[in-house]
Design a protein around this ligand. Structure first.
Ligand SMILES: C[S@@+](CC[C@H](N)C(=O)[O-])C[C@H]1O[C@@H](n2cnc3c(N)ncnc32)[C@H](O)[C@@H]1O
Length: 349
């Protein structure tokens, strides 16, 4: 696997005597150490979206393209996309701005465990045909390993420990990219805001930026204490401008017919209203408890002001430049009512 960044970025402690003293799972990185922002990800997250994006890329760029996977975290997403776009005609480059995520990518040890979104990869008997298909793609890229305890980093320790506590038949497996596939996985340090400075060898056929825009815009509908501190230190009341500028850059970089892929998380679709937003552009949201950072408490949802229309949707549809061609389903809460959301957007002009 290629990891490109500043040369001094990964000079971790290699003193094995010191490392062995560390308890199992010490040093798990669920949030970026600088921003407190989540870096969680998993294999084949929102498969529906991945499959529509991949089908579109193959149809529009039959002779190949470059795929830029921004906000790739430690690489599960990049590996998933590459496994679906197997041909060498498609180069997939993962970019993430978080040094913590890149450290995990550099380790290249991936955990799959029971009762999580990607646990179907644990080769169960009862998998559906789609799960079997994804398993086949996954095992075509990855090999199982038995890393020593101190190397078992995962990127979502909260989920891991909670699930482990409740399942007596809890299972976990560790993987790395198979040696013969390593050159196909290229993960770099990169910020999507700087996208115009990144060079491509081929047409940029797709740009992914999934479940990450909320970090750039301060659009956190269910934030943690760490995130609250981070957002409070840099209040962002200009989501419209930030999003419009981002979409302009993506539009400029993508080939005609290329796709921009966003997340299925609600935070890519519902946006907290900027304080100065005109009343006619605001809607009151009535569905969920919400943390009011001004008053430092959870308040009733009817006080939550949202953009009536998603500023992301509006920026994409401006001048008819993008149209939605792939959809997924999302909800505000676990178990909440699911709504259909556009996740794959095609550049049409
Ligand atoms: C919640 S994770 C989502 C990971 C993956 N895209 C997924 O959906 O599973 C958000 C990731 O976005 C990254 N990120 C946030 N802002 C970014 C930016 N401006 N450029 C590149 N990556 C960014 C964070 O470092 C983090 O790894």
């Amino acid at each position: 696997m290629q990891i490109r960044s500043q040369s001094n970025l990964y000079t971790g402690n290699t003193n094995s005597a010191l490392r062995i003293k560390q308890p199992v799972f010490k040093g798990l990185l669920y949030v970026d150490s600088r921003t407190g922002m989540p870096i969680d990800s998993w294999f084949y997250r929102d498969t529906k979206t991945l499959k529509s994006a991949v089908t579109e890329i193959k149809t529009t760029f039959p002779s190949g393209a470059e795929i830029w996977d921004f906000a790739c975290s430690n690489g599960e997403e990049t590996i998933s996309v590459k496994s679906l776009l197997e041909s060498p005609k498609y180069t997939v480059i993962g970019y993430d701005s978080s040094i913590s995520a890149l450290k995990l990518a550099k380790k290249g040890i991936y955990t799959v465990f029971s009762s999580w979104y990607d646990s179907f990869l644990l080769q169960k008997e009862k998998n559906s045909s789609e799960e079997k298909f994804l398993q086949e793609k996954f095992y075509g890229m990855m090999e199982e390993i038995q890393p020593p305890a101190f190397e078992r980093h995962i990127n979502n320790k909260t989920a891991y420990f909670n699930i482990k506590k409740f399942y007596h038949d809890f299972q976990e497996k560790y993987f790395r990219v198979a040696p013969q596939k390593r050159k196909e996985i290229d993960i770099r340090k990169g910020d999507i805001n700087e996208i115009k400075h990144y060079r491509s060898q081929n047409k940029v056929g797709a740009i992914f930026f999934r479940n990450a825009l909320y970090q750039m815009t301060g659009n956190d509908l269910n934030e943690t204490i760490e995130q609250r501190k981070y957002f409070a230190s840099r209040p962002m009341d200009n989501k419209k401008e930030i999003i419009e500028a981002l979409v302009n850059k993506i539009h400029a970089k993508l080939e005609n017919g290329g796709v921009f892929v966003i997340g299925d998380h609600i935070k890519d679709h519902l946006f907290l209203a900027d304080r100065n937003l005109p009343k006619n552009e605001v809607i009151l949201f009535k569905d969920t408890p919400f943390f009011d950072s001004g008053n430092s408490k959870h308040i009733s949802s009817s006080d939550v002001k949202l953009f009536k229309e998603s500023p992301l949707k509006r920026a994409l549809e401006k001048d008819g430049r993008f149209i939605p061609i792939g959809f997924s389903k999302t909800s505000l809460d676990y178990g909440g009512i699911k709504i259909k959301v556009p996740t794959v957007w095609k550049k049409v002009r």
